[in-house]
Design a protein around this ligand. Structure first.
Ligand SMILES: Nc1nc2c(ncn2[C@@H]2O[C@H](COP(=O)(O)OP(=O)(O)OP(=O)(O)O)[C@@H](O)[C@H]2O)c(=O)[nH]1
Ligand SMILES: [Mg+2]
Length: 492
């Protein structure tokens, strides 16, 4: 089912704070030799050259961090001092990794922490690869795999809401929701296996088929409920991708600048100003939006002899970006003669979220004769799609309405629910859940015909539970672990 995973016996070291200038930097040392290595590079109460009583657990001590030196030189008092620092001894298992750990708090900047790391290496530690500390925490049972992923999400969170969701998952949110699905199935498996053991005994009936079906159906419903939160997970992690699309000169870049609150994209009266995608983040209401301005869409097939080559490439990029969008703003000019048609685009084909479109009228300040009060030309009226949002980037009118419409749309994706439950699903979770849902559907189909024997049901159920267990890492393989821990930075 799962390969045994070798736990490295190395003692590892890495800086846990980012490179660059700052008041403090933290270097983490973890592994079986952590205390001994620390004693070779740090002199302070309980460490190195002292009484030999050893450090007091979880009490930070002030002292001298120095190059590792042999006993002879120490006796001469010739310590090659690197910094005056605090050292925090965290004996296992009460540490992040579950191993003996020492955290060194030294002065910030580029040099000191690098020297501290190098000295630890010279004293016997090896450089920790990205995610190594969290990997050890998982292997020592300090975290489940989805909690480890939440740690990465927390570090990489791009918005307040993403950080809140990650910390809720770290505190066991997803685990609790998964447990509610897993435990009844586990209970059923135990009962099915029990009935097998006693199958020679005529008095012991197999678990009634109706009961098995009910349990399987409830598990499938629970998985469906979790899967419904998968789009929210991606939107929290990556931000909500909003793409502005429309004909050349429709006012996309002007509205983009209004929405991001700065002159990010070039604006000009000449159609075809924007060629490349211009992207900018906007944080609003604790959420992260990623806005994309695009090249104007029009038919360039009539252009010959290489004319419009760059424009055609720009349009191709626009279409790619629209296909990845969560929300597409379809723009048309209110003031355009005859009324600009809405661009026809299929949004979000490649997106995991249920993509949506909003129709936006631009340049309302120019809308005049022949239009109704909404500024719509007859060609722009589409009863089915409802009223578009009328805006003017010149005056700023309607921009707040547009944000309100965007926010209403986002609410349908249940980000708040994902945050409060602490369920931030990633693609790995989603795939496992989809597989489990399919297996449950197949099992239920078996019960449609003649009831399968308890042995068959037990085998299928065991395989299902194993798959479900991959999410929390109760069942895991080396390959899965590499996939999870590759996302981490060094020092975490
Ligand atoms: N009066 C008025 N003019 C606008 C408004 N929005 C944009 N414009 C003008 O319309 C022209 C085109 O604006 P852009 O924002 O560059 O339009 P675009 O859709 O990005 O154009 P391309 O990148 O060329 O496809 C510029 O001259 C803008 O000043 C508006 O709300 N009111
Ligand atoms: Mg533009």
């Amino acid at each position: 089912m799962s390969d045994p995973i070798e736990m490295s016996q190395d003692t590892v070291v890495a800086r846990a704070t980012p490179e660059g200038e700052g008041g403090l930097a933290v270097v983490r040392l973890s592994g079986p030799e952590a205390m001994a290595i620390a004693a070779r590079v740090f002199r302070g109460p309980g460490f190195g050259g002292g009484s030999g009583a050893g450090p007091v657990a979880r009490r930070a001590v002030y002292g001298i961090f120095h190059e590792p030196i042999d006993a002879q030189v120490v006796e001469d008092g010739a310590l090659a001092v690197i910094d005056e620092i605090l050292a925090l001894p965290l004996p296992g298992p009460h540490s992040y990794t579950g191993e003996d750990t020492v955290e060194f708090f030294c002065h910030g900047g580029r040099q000191v922490a690098a020297l501290v790391v190098r000295a630890c290496q010279a004293a016997g530690a090896v450089a920790a690869p990205p995610g190594e500390f969290t990997r050890r925490a998982f292997l020592n049972g300090r975290l489940t795999l989805d909690q480890a992923e939440a740690v990465a999400d927390l570090i990489q969170a791009g918005s307040e809401q993403a950080a809140r969701a990650a910390v809720a998952q770290l505190r066991g949110g997803l685990d609790a929701e998964l447990g509610a699905v897993e435990w009844p199935l586990l209970d059923l498996l135990v009962r099915l296996e029990g009935s097998l053991e006693f199958s020679d005994d005529d008095d012991t009936a197999a678990v009634p088929a109706a009961e098995v079906r009910l349990t399987l159906e409830e598990a499938r419903d629970g998985i469906e409920t979790l899967l419904a939160l998968a789009p929210a997970g991606r939107l929290l992690r990556e931000g909500i991708h909003v793409v502005l699309a429309g004909a050349p000169n429709a006012g996309k870049s002007s509205l983009f600048n209004r929405l991001v609150g700065g002159e990010r994209a070039l604006v000009d009266a000449e159609p075809g100003t924007t060629r490349d995608i211009v992207t900018a983040p906007v944080r609003r209401g604790g959420r992260l939006y990623v806005l994309h301005d695009t090249a104007g869409l029009r038919d360039t097939s009539h252009l010959v002899d290489g004319a419009g080559r760059v424009e055609t490439m720009g349009i191709a990029r626009t279409k790619e970006t629209v296909a990845q969008a969560d929300l597409v703003l379809l723009l048309a000019e209110a003031g355009a003669a005859g009324g600009q048609a809405w661009p026809e685009l299929a949004a979000g084909e490649a997106s995991m979220a249920p993509a949506a479109t909003l129709r936006v009228l631009t340049k309302m300040d120019l809308a005049g004769g022949g239009r109704d009060r909404t500024g719509l030309a007859p060609a722009q009226v589409d009863e089915k799609a409802g009223k578009p949002i009328a805006t003017s980037s010149l005056t700023g009118a309607g921009v707040d309405d547009l944000w309100a419409a965007i926010e209403r749309q986002v609410e349908a994706w249940r980000l708040d629910e994902a945050v409060s439950l602490g369920v931030v699903l990633n693609e790995r979770h989603r795939q496992r859940l989809l597989e489990c849902r399919d297996e449950l559907t197949q099992m239920l189909a078996l019960y449609e015909g003649a009831t399968p024997g308890d042995e068959v049901a037990g085998t299928l159920l065991a395989s299902l539970l194993a798959r479900l267990g991959e999410i929390s890492g109760r069942v895991f393989t080396e390959q899965m672990l590499d996939g999870v821990f590759r996302r981490f930075c060094v020092g975490k």
